[in-house]
Structure formats: C-alpha cells, structure tokens
Design a protein around this ligand. Structure first.
Ligand SMILES: [Zn+2]
Length: 339
C-alpha cells in the first residue's frame, strides 16, 4: 500500500457498486466554522407513556402494543409500500412508471425505551437477528416480494423520529437501486472468476490488516477501502453466504457480538449515542440463482470530527461524486483503539 494514499488526493473504487469516491486526506486538517449539531445525551426512562413503540401503549391507528418482553414486530401503520396496490405500467413517450407492491414492518429491538443496540447484551441482539432471519424468510416466501431490506435509522440527525430502539423492514417486488448495483457487480465477478467478490476482498483485507476493526470466528468488521462516510463500517461473514437464511445458531451469536462491538466503539468515539443508518444487503428472494451473493451489514454514520460536527453530502457530492477527508485507514485505526 503506497503512502500516497495518505498524503494526496485520489479516487477509490467501490467494487460492490462500481462507483468511485474522491479521497482528500490533505484537507482533514482544515478548520471548521460550519454547523454544529447539539448533543443530546439525556437519560431516557425505561418506559415512556408517550412512546407509540413502548409495550402496552396505543398507536395512532388505535391498536395497542402487547406487553412484549423481548422483540416485537408489527406491520407499519404508515407504510411506504402497499401490498394490494394494483399492477400497472405507464409508458408514455419518455414518461415511464411502474406499480410497486410491498410490505413494511417495524421491529422493536427491546421493550426498554432507554436502550440502544450498544447497550443491549449479545443474547438480546441475537434475538433481534432471529427475527430478521424469520422475517426475511417469511416475507421473501411471498410471491409478490422479491427483495427484503432490513435497516435502522438511529438518532434525530438521521431523521429518526422516535428514540425507542427499533428498525424497519421494507420488502418489495423489485430490487432497489443500491441492491441492483451490488447484484450486478457480484454476479459479473462470480461469472468471470467462479469466486465470490467479497470472499476475495475479505482475504485481501485480512492480509493487509489496515482497515480491520474486529474479527471473531465467523465475522470481520472493517472500514471498507471505498468508505464514503467518515466512520463507515461493514460487518461481513468470513464464509460466502447468500443471505441470513444460511446463518447457523453459532454464527448468529458471532454476528450479535460483531454488532455489539461496533455500536459500542461508535458510542465511545465521540462519547455520545452515535447516530447512523445501518442496513443489511443480501440476496433477492426471487427465483434467480443467488450463488454470487455474499450478504453483509453496513453502518453509515454522519458524524465527522465530534458529536456536534456532521458530514454534509452537498455541492460536489450532489453534482460529482461522494468525497471524504480522513482516510479509511485513519478511521479504522481510531475505531480499533475503542474495541
Ligand atoms: Zn418507547
């Protein structure tokens, strides 16, 4: 690895999306006079009577949550996708549109309103993974569902309206843009080499050992070579697996540990409840051959240099391509020290 990557502006290639990111390590020292977010480190109660996700409370649509004790799933009361929307296609010259069916669910990670994944124990995180796997299989078995997106928005800065620990699952008939790119890149590599793209990438990363934050028997946590967000990370199974369908009980525990270690390191980085969007990209649930797929979980946190300074995706990033200042190697080094 050349030192030039730490000193001079350059582009890095994202093998999963086929896109480039601009890296400007020399800019990391510039002074900051822009917007600062306010820090909210308030201690929340374990149960909030005003929270529509807490056990026993009534949601806006009049339904009452059960007195759940571990993980609770329900169909989103304000779903972005409708299961029964009629099938239609619009092809009017250059105006093109298609109907899209889907089912959206909310997953409450814990009945405890005050907790986040970082504060939950590994066994409780494993319960969440059990539900993710069950929902992936059940939703995916539906004829009209060909892709299942599991994700979490954490923190007001990520647009999360409720601090109760929860994530979402949006499942739909077609592959969304980001998944389509990764599907194509992985398929092309697999067709050419008969090997998994991420399988080979992980081998190279483990050998280089510059961006690895943590590993256990089954998983690697790293800052990807092509990371866009300052402290972006990825949790990848060491063995190629197409989806959560293939994960064993022991691997679920190892995955839970990897999530626990990652979210704890994040909270320790700027001494705050670290905001992020996280999501799992895995094989579509259509009938196609999925042997090129290697599932993984990504964390995209917006914070840049402290709990109050976040990265903005504006200007060049809107009109050109994503850009970052601190290198993936520097970010990995800082996170590794907190594990
Ligand atoms: Zn709550």
């Amino acid at each position: 690895m050349t030192q030039d990557l730490q000193d001079y502006s350059h582009k890095r290639f994202n093998i999963l999306t086929g896109e480039w990111v601009l890296v400007s390590p020399h800019r990391a020292k510039r002074p900051w006079q822009g917007q600062e977010e306010s820090i909210v480190n308030e201690q929340r109660p374990s149960h909030d009577a005003q929270c529509y996700l807490c056990a026993g409370n009534t949601r806006v649509n009049g339904e009452t949550n059960p007195n759940y004790t571990d993980v609770f799933v329900f169909t989103n009361d304000f779903a972005a996708l409708q299961k029964d929307s009629p099938s239609f296609t619009l092809e009017d010259g250059l105006f093109m549109a298609k109907s899209e069916q889907g089912i959206c669910k909310v997953v409450c990670f814990s009945p405890d309103h005050s907790k986040s994944l970082a504060q939950m124990n590994v066994a409780s995180i494993k319960n969440v993974i059990d539900v993710w796997k069950k929902e992936y299989l059940e939703l995916g078995a539906n004829d009209s569902i060909n892709y299942v997106q599991i994700f979490e928005n954490k923190g007001a800065v990520m647009g999360c309206s409720n601090p109760h620990p929860h994530g979402q699952i949006w499942s739909q008939s077609t592959l969304p843009n980001e998944v389509l790119k990764k599907d194509t890149q992985q398929r092309d590599y697999f067709t050419k080499t008969k090997r998994g793209l991420l399988e080979d990438y992980i081998k190279q990363e483990l050998k280089a050992h510059k961006r690895i934050i943590f590993e256990n028997d089954s998983f690697v946590v790293l800052v990807p070579f092509w990371a866009v967000w300052p402290f972006e990370t990825m949790i990848v199974p060491k063995q190629k697996q197409a989806s959560l369908k293939d994960i064993s009980d022991k691997e679920e525990l190892d995955f839970a540990e990897a999530i626990s270690v990652t979210t704890k390191a994040y909270d320790n980085l700027f001494k705050c409840s670290f905001p992020y969007s996280s999501g799992i990209h895995q094989a579509p649930t259509n009938d196609a051959d999925q042997s090129h797929w290697h599932w993984h979980m990504s964390f995209y946190p917006p914070l840049l240099r402290s709990a109050t300074v976040k990265k903005f995706m504006v200007g060049y990033e809107m009109f050109g391509s994503p850009q970052r200042d601190i290198t993936a190697e520097t970010a990995a080094e800082r996170l590794r020290q907190l594990v």
